[in-house]
Ligand binder design. Sequence first.
Ligand SMILES: Nc1ncnc2c1ncn2[C@@H]1O[C@H](COP(=O)(O)OP(=O)(O)OP(=O)(O)O)[C@@H](O)[C@H]1O
Ligand SMILES: [Mg+2]
Length: 229
Amino acid sequence: MIELEGIYKVYRNGALEVQALKPTNLLVEKGDYVAIIGPSGSGKSTLMNILGCLDIPSGGTYMLDNEEVHSLTEKELAKVRNKKIGFVFQNFNLLPRQSVQQNVELPMVYGGLPSSVRAQRAQSLLEKVGLGARVHHRPSELSGGQKQRVAIARALTMNPSILLADEPTGNLDQKSSHEIMDLFTQLNEEGSTVIVITHEMDIAEHAKRILRFGDGEIIEDRRRGSDRL
Ligand SMILES: Nc1ncnc2c1ncn2[C@@H]1O[C@H](COP(=O)(O)OP(=O)(O)OP(=O)(O)O)[C@@H](O)[C@H]1O
Ligand SMILES: [Mg+2]
């Protein structure tokens, strides 16, 4: 469902060129659960932003559900993002003045869904992530782990083909981190395709497949368990 061929990204800053992502091939099947690890500056977020249609590659081809994504305009990309991609960030990215429910409804507002549908869907997703009793709270009234649950509920609203998370546990304590990863595991078991960037190996071990980045490229791609037992 995700097919990258020779995808690369070069950032130009005046005369300075940074090859953030070297030409990369990658296949991710529907229902996979992938962790991306590697040192700071190795290109993890660059790849994730391209996968999430937040950034346009400098070259190469990207097929998402058999659609050529690399050739789309900004406006078309925004549509693909809304329909197919759920993004979870390290800093939650919640709107502070809006309620939990309004935050979860936001992608559905962009997607043009009627308010009755939005409210019902927000409620059921918030129950799913264990926050059914917090729908009218503001994000500032929640713990970090709870904020991330709201962000995950928001990411799920449009039934995305892929759930992408860039260091979703980076601001959480150990216990909340594993709870959030358990939630990703549950969503994956229910059929979601999940890709998570993390710095921590014990967090990556929740995934089925681990991609290791180094210096702008994938230097290792292994299925978890293939080197165990
Ligand atoms: N907008 C930009 N302009 C110029 N260079 C950039 C830009 N974004 C990223 N880079 C460079 O591209 C390289 C890869 O960055 P990237 O953010 O993908 O790393 P990362 O693996 O996500 O690191 P971290 O673990 O610190 O988040 C780095 O050298 C970075 O400085
Ligand atoms: Mg990063």
